[in-house]
Structures are given as C-alpha cells and as structure tokens.
Write a protein that binds this ligand. Structure first.
Ligand code: SF4
Ligand code: FES
Length: 363
C-alpha cells in the first residue's frame, strides 16, 4: 500500500482529562476511563502544543471529560494564544465560576461551547445525573456572553430529548449563542453499549430533519445551526473526521495521539504517545494514522464507488463496532452487506455506570 501525500494537520481535539461531574450515557470518552494521576502534566501539554504550533496547527479544541477541572487551563490557553492558535473550550459548565471564565478570557480564550443535555431543566438533570445542572449551565453561558466571548450551544440528541429540538433553538437565541450544534448521538463507545436506551425511532428522526431544515433557513444570519445527522437512518454514512488522519487528530489525557476520538475502540490498532515521539513523526509515520489514510486501504464497494471522495468510506469506528473489521464498509451505507441488519441489533444491557437507573431502556 502506498502512503498518501500528507498535508499538515489543522486542528487538535485535546482531551485534557477524563474527570467529569456528569454521567451521560453517550459519552465519547473510552469505556475504560483514566484516573487523574495518569494525565499528562502541564509541561507535557505545553510542549505538545508548542510542537503543534510549529507544525502549523490553527485551532485546538480543549475538551474532556471536563477540561475546566484542570488547574492549569489558564496556562495552557495562554501558551496557545501566544502562538496564535485559536482556542475553543468545550465544557459541561456545571463547575464554572465567573472568576474561572474571566481567567480563561484574560489568558486569550477565543470561543466557548457549552453542552446542554436537554432544553428543559428536568432533561438536563436526568441525562447528566447532576442536580441544578441546567441553571448552572445557563448562568455560565450568560457569563460567557457578558465577557464578550462567542458561544456555541451543543445539543447531543437521542431518544430522550429529540422532542426538545425546537426548545433548543429558543434556548440558543435567548442565551445569545452564535451557533447551535444539533448533534445526533453517534453510536460507538458508551453510546453503542447504551444504544437500546438512546436510539430514537424513525418518525421522530424524520420530524427532526424536517424541522431543522426549515428553521435553519428562517434563522439565516441570526443563528448558525450545525446539524450532525443520525446516520442509522441515512442511506450513506457521514464523512467521519473529513477522512481518517486527513487534517485533524486528538490527544488523550495520558498523551496517546489518535486519528479520531473513538479510535481506541478499534482494538486492532496501537497508538503513539506524544511524550515518546515528536508530533511531526507521529502525524507523518504513525502506523495507526496511516492505516486508513487516503483510499488505497478501501475494499469494494468503496474502492470503486463514486462517493468515496465525499464520505471517505464513512466511520472506521462504527464499522469495527458493528462488524469487527475496521476496514469494512460502514454499515450505515446502503451498499454495505451489513446495512439491512443495522437497526435489528439486539438490545444492549444498559450500562449503569454511565446510564442513570431512572433512564428508560426500551422504546
Ligand atoms: Fe461511501 Fe463506501 Fe458507501 Fe461508497 S460504498 S457511499 S464510499 S461508504
Ligand atoms: Fe473514529 Fe469515525 S469516530 S472514524
């Protein structure tokens, strides 16, 4: 297999910690979470970000877990800001204080994304299993706007809150957000284990799609609405990561460089650590990064498909979760031999650690 030409990476998703006050059943962190004492220290993160800036990285998404639980977040933001890298803080916001946000803004933070587990207070509390979460998030979002920072509201959508999409739009407008991200939950990791509790029915999904198309047009120039579609009900898969190791990657709390946030679920891959190798070498030569880069790895029907430069064969993590083969055609594709059985998967046992006992597990 030839190694495809590799341009420089443009973005990093930095998972600074797996510690989190919420317990959402669709969490994109790995099923095996890391303890705090395995996290990279301040010096290692700053060294990684300095190398990233040298490589030409334009933006870093500071995520978790809950990144604001790191006491060195101001220092990390300041380092990136001084190197001219755009910083986006992705937070659940329930542990934020005005002092903390003002400190991040002072260090040069460019943008804040606050997740709301529901548009209604009772849904936010139920899904995240955190008392008064909604009120705290609203307060934090208000502080963000008062400090003059642009705000995105992230709405992870599943069976329990799909009816609340119009209320999410109202909430985003009320809080002065620039962007609303309506992100249908993607089914790998925790969400795959909990799919029986989370996967919405076809009619609800279609109502949501119609509504989002209509309101997006009505609110053009007022609110940007990003829509991550529910590909279990689509004919073709999403272009996951814009292609494997194409222009972005992520770093886990202990420093593993991954081609996407769920790549550790592919148990046939091994990953390099940013403390063991220069970032440039990892980006260009990592076996895991090169495994599904470009088009040469593709089997049929992807290899000769006219859509391969649109969706890059879909999602490797989803293919592995459903077929045991990460190189298989993504089963959400109508051309996959597994497509017909996509929604016939046996109900999973709910995983109580991350799905609250109050959460209904059947339709
Ligand atoms: Fe995409 Fe492969 Fe399906 Fe073609 S066959 S649409 S490239 S997933
Ligand atoms: Fe890993 Fe899609 S989440 S390739």
């Amino acid at each position: 297999m030839t190694t495809p030409l590799i341009g420089p990476p443009l973005g990093i998703l930095a998972e600074l910690t797996h510690r989190c006050p919420l317990q959402c059943g669709y969490c994109s962190n790995p099923v095996e979470l890391l303890k705090a004492n395995w996290e990279l220290g301040t010096k290692a993160w700053i060294d990684t970000f300095e190398q990233a800036a040298d490589l030409g990285i334009l933006q870093v998404h500071l995520s978790g877990g809950e990144p604001t639980l790191r006491k060195d977040l101001d220092e990390i933001i300041a380092c990136l800001s001084q190197r001219g890298v755009y910083t986006n803080l992705i937070t659940a916001a329930v542990t934020l204080t005005l002092d903390k946000i003002a400190g991040y803004a002072g260090a040069g933070l460019d943008h804040v994304q606050v997740s709301f587990q529901g548009a209604r207070p009772e849904t936010t509390e139920l899904v995240g299993n955190y008392k008064n979460a909604h009120k705290k998030k609203r307060q934090a979002a208000t502080w963000v706007r008062e400090l003059g920072l642009p705000l995105t509201i992230n709405a992870p959508i599943h069976k329990l809150n799909i009816q609340e999409v119009p209320e999410y739009v109202d909430l985003a407008l009320e809080l002065g957000a620039e962007r609303l991200e309506i992100a249908n939950v993607q089914y790998y990791g925790w969400a795959y284990l909990n799919r029986a509790a989370l996967l919405p029915d076809y009619d609800s999904v279609m109502r949501q799609v119609d509504y989002v198309e209509k309101i997006r047009e009505e609110l053009t120039g007022i609110l940007n609405i990003d829509f991550v579609t529910p590909d279990y009900y689509a004919d073709y898969p999403k272009p996951c990561m814009g292609g494997w190791a194409s222009d972005a990657f992520m770093v886990t709390p202990e420093g593993l460089a991954l081609p996407c946030h769920a790549a550790q679920s592919i148990t046939t891959l091994s990953f390099d650590k940013v403390t063991d190798k220069p970032l440039k070498d990892i980006w260009e030569t990592s076996e895991a990064f090169n495994r599904y880069r470009g088009f040469d790895w593709m089997p049929e029907p992807c290899r000769s498909c006219e859509r391969k430069e649109i969706d890059f064969g879909g999602c490797r993590c989803q293919a592995f979760a459903m077929t045991g083969d990460a190189a298989a055609t993504d089963p959400t594709c109508i051309k996959s031999p597994h497509h017909a059985t996509l929604r016939d998967l046996p109900p999973a046992e709910p995983i109580r650690k991350r799905v609250m006992s109050k959460m209904p597990v059947s339709a």
